[in-house]
Design a protein around this ligand. Structure first.
Ligand code: ZN
Length: 292
């Protein structure tokens, strides 16, 4: 089932920079929120995902209500809720934050005020508490796994090693065989390792390995940004991270500076697919040269 709500015929041009998940606190550029197109796509079984602006929103939908993964930006909440009502009974019961970034948690205050129970990794609450009011904070936090039993589905939530940030969770909709990987996996850019929020290269590689190990040949994978993917797509992404890491590690061991590493172009054959490598390369270099 696919429901599309057009507020305007013309879809606003979405800047690539905004898609890359700005750092918390980063000012949003002037956005015409009314022009953002909200679209709900069916993924598999009772799972859908909602595209708007910001991170992909995962949805478990059924008679018991809705489990929502991430919530994009506050100015979109009304239209996001309207779109969810279009494919469900509208009873949003739980919201899980995959991580702290504002393009995944911007609707927390609105949804908290609606009485939705917000769950997230312990670290997400700690980091959000710096900038959001109490009602926007997760009321249920975890450092290990949690499972929500709704809609005949086990929605299995679990933290992964510090990857994109230090509060990343994956969500496995076991009955529908769908994984939501938050921003650890994206199909539109190189990995973003937000070291300011505790993200690590080692954890990124480990977390992607966890996803590959958990997924089967038919598992549908919702990335934080981009298109629904397969296990093979995640393997390809992980293999790219491993290859670039090996190359940079070698250059670092030869005493190369960041500029020399960038000049060696260790991402050469991947740039067509994943775009500008600068931010990724900077994080990889920083992580591998620490303490050297
Ligand atoms: Zn993010």
């Amino acid at each position: 089932m696919q429901t599309t709500i057009f507020r305007h015929a013309v879809v606003a041009a979405v800047s690539v920079a905004a898609l890359l998940c700005p750092a918390p606190g980063a000012a949003q550029p002037n956005v015409d929120w009314d022009a953002v197109e909200i679209t709900v796509h069916h993924v598999a079984g009772g799972v859908h995902y909602l595209e708007g602006r910001g991170g992909n929103i995962g949805l478990s939908i059924g008679d018991d209500g809705v489990v929502m993964i991430d919530d994009q930006f506050a100015p979109l909440t009304d239209r996001i809720v309207m779109a969810i009502r279009g494919v469900s009974n509208g009873n949003i019961r739980f919201l899980i934050n995959t991580h702290v970034h504002p393009d995944h948690t911007g609707g927390n205050e609105n949804l908290g005020n609606m009485g939705v129970v917000i769950l997230a990794h312990d670290r997400v609450r700690v980091r959000l508490a710096d900038r959001l009011p109490e009602v926007a904070l997760p009321v249920l936090t975890y450092s290990d796994t949690a499972t929500i039993h709704l809609n005949g589905e086990q929605v299995h939530v679990f933290p992964v090693p510090p990857a994109h940030t230090d509060g990343d969770s994956f969500i496995h909709f076991r009955g529908s065989d769908v994984l939501h990987l938050g921003d650890v996996f994206r199909t539109v850019a190189f990995p973003v390792i937000d070291t300011n929020n505790g993200g690590t290269l080692e954890g990124t590689i480990a977390a992607l390995g966890i996803a590959v190990g958990l997924a089967g040949p038919h598992t549908k994978i919702i990335p934080g940004h981009g298109e629904v993917s397969s296990r093979e797509d995640v393997m390809e992404f992980r293999d790219m991270v491993l290859a670039v890491t090996d190359r940079v590690k070698k250059l670092v061991s030869e005493g190369k500076t960041y500029d020399e590493v960038a000049d060696a172009n260790p991402t050469a054959e991947y740039n067509d697919q994943w775009g500008d490598p600068t931010r990724f390369l900077t994080a990889v270099y920083q992580q591998l040269s620490d303490g050297q």
